[in-house]
Ligand binder design. Structure first.
Ligand code: CTP
Ligand code: MG
Length: 584
């Protein structure tokens, strides 16, 4: 898949296998002195391994450390649109005039693109200084110089036979056909959950591209607000991102104040003259409005800019065509970044957490419980918090409560944002691992049973205390926001969507209960285990899909009884497999 990245100097294990002798020789000439040369062919892990599923092998870095490193890496990186027949070797040699290259890869999105990371930031300046503004164009252009460049071939000698074209790195998850194949060949249900995680989690390249996109947008915003930072947050950085998920980012203007050098000597204090506005919200709307204009008018590859300024949290939405990301940009949304950090910690503490969250999220998507369009659906964020809550409720707990993470915090961890206490321990090594050894198969089944029988009508979900609590209002689904504790993160969810979730959870618990306990045949074409749960609605006969709906409590009791009695009878005749009415 990633053979194109075999190029030189790549630090990624997946590339190292296919590196040719020629490329190794180029590496010797072009790599960063004393650093990458030593790593060529080594199994060095990417920054923030928890992001890409390699958390078992490498030290667990603090969230802020990973974000700072990624940001710095992105600042040394350029994005280049290339002709399809570019000669990779010559391309890299040409770029290396500006300094050694640390890493690169190619991908397709409205044409071939290369992400090239230099060892030094100066190399980017040198490359930009040697770059032309487009000549001989019929359409006038706005002369905005960014780090998104266009490579042109001067003559045909740069061209190479088609079979030698550099290969591209995939930025999207596998097709459902491919996924079902992968799942069918897994050894057991635990293996299926881990397979799904590996297939869907953000790749190292995709993470780099996300940080680079933020960095490119930051260059535009910095024209108005020098020293500002654009941070990615949410699924791009919280370890729960799925290939293809949106890119949530926020403009951090607080960073500007940190650059101020305070000279306190003497009797005076100097301040900037600034305009006043009636409220923070109006300031946010004004800032987003001008940046929206700027992105729309000057941002290369930024299309479909929408200003959604009257939302609770005003935002800009646009597509960044060259990266393929749907972007949401907000301002000073530091609580959301803190909640990304909290999820990062939960996702990094135990390898079962992400595997379970990914499966539940894929399951919800397969059954249209979630949607990319805003509405009354359950959101991925809500599902993630539900899984965390469920894992806090196990005995012994797999995840600690937020209150216990707060009790482990020291003075440096203290964090109050907009009056909300967002303090929790940030050093992963201070959190004791769980003694719970339950399998993923069991956890998945119990998750469905737990929420298939949860008293949503009277209880809320609260990961701060890890306990069910009385609902403070009549929202069908109430999940307390971990930091802004008076908010319900699933306020949008309707009763009918919640009921659909409950019904599907019960069906899925039943399906897993019926699973054949014996090892599936490797040549089996029939979906089994997790694959069955991802089949389209109606593909599997379940008690609830056949029976008329009964009132909640009766139905719960009936289902539990049917699960217990049916495990040993009807299913045995077909080796525990359900009647499948639709092929994948
Ligand atoms: N958020 C929130 N309250 C909500 C919805 C969202 O606080 N009711 C914040 C959370 O910090 C969340 C972020 O906004 O992580 C982005 O929301 P969303 O894009 O819906 O969730 P993601 O976790 O990014 O999941 P997805 O993969 O669907 O983008
Ligand atoms: Mg998102």
């Amino acid at each position: 898949m990633a053979a194109r990245g075999v190029g030189l100097l790549t630090r990624l294990p997946l590339h190292s296998q296919r590196r040719s002798r020629v490329q190794r020789s180029i590496s010797r000439h072009l790599c960063c002195p004393g650093t990458v040369a030593a790593n060529v062919g080594s199994e060095e892990q990417p920054l923030g391994g928890a992001e890409t599923g390699s958390e078992d092998k490498i030290p667990k870095k603090r969230f802020s450390e990973v974000q700072e490193e990624r940001r710095e890496q992105a600042q040394r990186t350029v994005l280049i649109r290339c002709p399809n027949n570019v000669n990779e070797k010559k391309f890299l040699k040409y770029l290396s005039q500006h300094g050694p290259i640390n890493n690169h890869f190619f991908y397709e999105s409205f044409g071939l693109h290369a992400v090239v990371e230099f060892c030094q930031k100066d190399s980017v300046d040198s490359l930009q200084n040697g770059t032309h503004t487009p000549k001989q164009r019929t359409d006038p252009v706005i002369p905005f110089k960014s780090r998104f460049l266009n490579l042109k071939l001067k003559n045909s000698s740069n061209q190479i036979p088609q079979q030698s074209y550099a290969q591209t790195n995939k930025q999207l998850p596998p097709s459902s056909k491919k996924l079902f194949e992968l799942l069918n060949y897994a050894e057991n249900i635990d293996d299926q959950l881990n397979t799904l995680l590996k297939a869907f989690q953000l790749t190292e390249e995709n993470v780099r591209l996300r940080h680079l996109t933020c960095s490119l947008i930051e260059d535009i915003a910095a024209a108005y607000f020098p020293g500002c930072v654009i941070w990615p947050f949410s699924s791009s950085v919280n370890t729960f991102g799925k290939l293809g998920c949106d890119l949530d980012m926020f403009l951090d203007l607080d960073e500007i104040g940190k650059l101020d050098v305070h000279k306190n000597a003497g009797d005076f204090l100097m301040e900037f003259q600034m305009k006043t506005v009636p409220s923070e919200r109006i300031a946010t709307q004004k800032i987003l409005s001008v940046i929206g204009e700027c992105i729309d008018n000057f941002g290369p590859s930024c299309v479909g800019v929408q200003k959604i300024l009257n939302a609770r949290c005003p935002l800009l939405r646009f597509s960044h065509q060259a990266s393929g990301f749907q972007c949401d940009l907000t301002v000073n949304n530091s609580i959301a970044l803190k909640s990304s950090e909290l999820l990062y910690i939960y996702g990094s503490l135990d390898s079962r957490v992400r595997a379970l969250v990914f499966s539940v999220r894929c399951w919800a998507r397969a059954h249209s419980l979630t949607s990319s369009i805003p509405g009354t659906w359950i959101t991925n964020f809500s599902l993630t918090v539900m899984v965390i809550f469920f894992l806090q409720r196990r005995s012994p707990p797999i995840l600690p409560t937020l209150d216990s993470l707060k009790s482990l915090a020291d003075a440096e961890d203290r964090c109050i944002l907009n009056g909300h206490n967002c303090t929790f321990v940030r050093d992963l090594y201070k959190i004791k691992p769980s003694g719970n050894t339950e399998t993923l198969e069991l956890l998945l089944k119990e998750f469905f049973e737990y929420f298939g029988n949860f008293a949503f009508n009277k209880n809320s979900i609260n990961i701060r205390q890890g306990k069910e609590q009385n609902k403070p209002d009549s929202s069908p689904l109430y999940i307390q926001n971990p930091f802004e504790t008076s908010l319900n993160i699933s306020k949008n969810s309707s009763q009918s969507q919640l009921q659909k979730f409950v019904d599907l959870a019960r069906d899925s618990a039943w399906i897993l209960e019926q699973e054949d306990k014996s090892q599936p045949s490797l040549s089996s074409k029939q979906p089994w285990g997790l694959a069955t749960l991802l089949l389209p609605p109606g593909a599997v006969s379940t008690p609830l899909s056949k029976k008329k709906k009964k009132p909640m409590n009766e139905k719960v009791k009936g289902l539990l009884a049917s699960i217990k009695s049916s495990t040993t009878d009807s299913s045995k005749g077909t080796h525990g497999k359900r009647a499948i009415s639709t092929q994948v």
